[in-house]
Ligand binder design. Structure first.
Ligand code: NDP
Length: 283
């Protein structure tokens, strides 16, 4: 049976470190890291995320603001809010919860957020910096995965890493971070041929496709490290990953559960980015 990577425990340890660093930073500079979260519309899942982000801010000692805007908000109103927050010295990080209602342009918002306050690391300037390995912020979910590997003592160097999923927020940056950590990286997607065969080559398999229980034991090499980024709701409302945990866990050397694996790390990495942004503001 695999070692279970406990994302809750690792996340709690990192948050405790962030809290300590925040106190020391505030003492030295008189500045409290500040995060602004914008949510447009009444998507219940997004509302839960925003609540969790505010709670995390309280936990690590940040200042936070939440802007809950009605679904009828116009692009001009949203842009004006982003401009106001860009100019606000008490705010070091700005996060606009996606997806936005259809009539709003997500790209326009991503481009408008000051790259220095872009704690999601979605702005092309930050994406480019990640590509060349000279960055302040890493995208939260892939950074969380790297922290899980590192704190579980899993060395990526020279390993066959297979990332399944190529989205801009998970798959692509994940592959880049594994490459920076000296992994030999393959990226798979919906058009990949012989997916099971490619997955079986992996020493480290990252599942990020959004399909419940898709990865079964026959797709996993004996002793592989399996990281499940997927978050899927079953018909009964329960959260489940992309990996069929029951069949894969006996074969893997390490595995993340869902819930309690990658999920808790994402918000923790957001806190880390906000602290970094505050520190960068006084450099
Ligand atoms: P997207 O829907 O943006 O991307 C899914 C990717 O998976 C695409 O690249 C797609 O390929 C690929 N894919 C879909 N079906 C298959 C298949 N049958 N075989 C191979 N590849 C396939 O999703 P995200 O990247 O945003 O999210 C992925 C998962 O991670 C979701 O479950 C999401 O909820 C979860 N997630 C979890 C987070 C966390 O905090 N734990 C944070 C963010 C996301 P193609 O490009 O060819 O269409």
């Amino acid at each position: 049976m695999a070692n279970i990577i406990d994302g809750k425990q690792i996340s709690a340890a990192i948050r405790a470190e962030i809290k300590e660093e925040t106190l020391a930073f505030e003492k030295e500079n008189g500045i409290r890291p500040g995060l602004a979260v914008i949510i447009v519309g009444e998507d219940p899942a997004s509302q839960v995320y925003v609540r969790n982000k505010r709670r995390a801010c309280d936990e690590v000692g940040f200042y936070s603001e939440a802007y809950e805007l009605p679904a009828s908000t116009t692009q001009e109103e949203l842009n004006a809010l982003v401009d106001k927050l860009n100019a606000d010295p008490a705010i070091h990080g700005i996060l606009c919860q996606l997806p936005l209602p259809k009539h709003l342009d997500e790209n326009e918002v991503i481009l408008r957020i000051d790259p220095k306050k872009d704690v999601d690391a979605f702005h092309p300037a930050n994406v480019g910096r990640i590509m060349i390995g000279d960055y302040s912020f890493l995208p939260c979910t892939p950074a969380g995965v790297m922290a899980l590997l590192q704190r579980s003592g899993i060395d990526v160097t020279g390993k066959e890493c297979v990332v399944v999923g190529r989205s801009n927020i998970v798959g692509k940056p994940q592959a880049m971070l594994l490459l920076h950590a000296n992994g030999t990286v393959t990226i798979c997607h919906s058009r990949t041929k012989n997916l099971a065969e490619v997955c079986r080559r992996a020493d480290i398999l990252i599942a990020a496709i959004g399909k419940a229980d898709f990865f079964t034991a026959d797709m996993v090499k004996e002793g592989a490290v399996v990281i499940d980024v997927g978050m899927n709701r079953r018909a009964d409302g329960k959260l489940t990953g992309d990996v069929d945990f029951a069949s894969v866990a006996p074969k893997a050397s390490y595995i993340t559960p869902v819930p309690g694996g990658v999920g808790p790390m994402t918000i923790t990495m957001l806190m880390k980015n906000t602290l970094t942004a505050a520190k960068d503001s006084v450099r």
